[in-house]
Design a protein around this ligand. Structure first.
Ligand SMILES: CC(C)(COP(=O)(O)OP(=O)(O)OC[C@H]1O[C@@H](n2cnc3c(N)ncnc32)[C@H](O)[C@@H]1OP(=O)(O)O)[C@@H](O)C(=O)NCCC(=O)NCCS
Length: 166
């Protein structure tokens, strides 16, 4: 990513109506639901703002969650306490506006989510994401996420792996 974007929490002054990423449900979520979820504290939404125009160039949502230990690979599970559920940070949605795609903004949003999940106060062992389709799945696989045994469209990336990469 170049220095042309800043990433910040979604706020009323951001123009959500103009956002178009090529997926109607993802556009609609930002327009109609994201602020409400933030108010209810069920998930946080972060937006990348194009410094030149103040347009929303991309966004992601992040929420606390947990996954069954038995859904993880043996290699991953053996490094964790043997509780039935283990804590994760869940990326509910991640999207880049068509006008800003293929400029490494998706990767930058993913990294920003990872940095937030890595904060010592968070106490999560991994980022988890539910890919909304094959394109999204390929994007997450490209970034090192591996799919769950019980649900092939749910992907996990341990924070330790992410930290090593950067
Ligand atoms: C998928 C999406 C987030 C990618 O964003 P982007 O800003 O265009 O991607 P980037 O430029 O950051 O790509 C970074 C890297 O990922 C790769 N990549 C991007 N999209 C990819 C895909 N669908 N499959 C595989 N790799 C992909 C790029 O080739 C690049 O690789 P490199 O680091 O080796 O050069 C974006 O196209 C989008 O929002 N699509 C519509 C909504 C959607 O499907 N969201 C998915 C999550 S629910």
């Amino acid at each position: 990513m170049t220095g042309q974007f800043r990433i910040e929490a979604l706020a009323p002054e951001h123009d959500r109506a103009a956002f178009a990423c090529g997926s109607d449900p993802l556009d609609k979520y930002l327009r109609e639901q994201a602020s409400q979820d933030m108010r209810r504290r069920t998930s946080a939404c972060y937006v990348a703002i194009d410094e030149a125009t103040n347009a929303i160039a991309g966004y992601y949502t992040l929420a606390a969650g947990s996954v069954p230990l038995t859904d993880l690979s043996e290699a991953m599970a053996k490094k964790l306490p043997q509780y039935p559920l283990v804590p994760v940070a869940r990326i509910g949605r991640l999207a880049v506006s068509v006008a800003f795609q293929k400029r490494r903004l998706g990767a930058a949003l993913l990294w920003d989510a990872g940095l937030r999940a890595m904060q010592p106060g968070m106490g999560v062992f991994a980022l988890v994401v539910d890919a909304k389709g094959k394109t999204a799945a390929a994007f997450y696989e490209h970034h090192g996420f591996v799919s769950f045994s019980s649900n092939p469209l749910t992907y996990v990336l341990p924070i330790a792996t992410l930290a090593k990469k950067n």
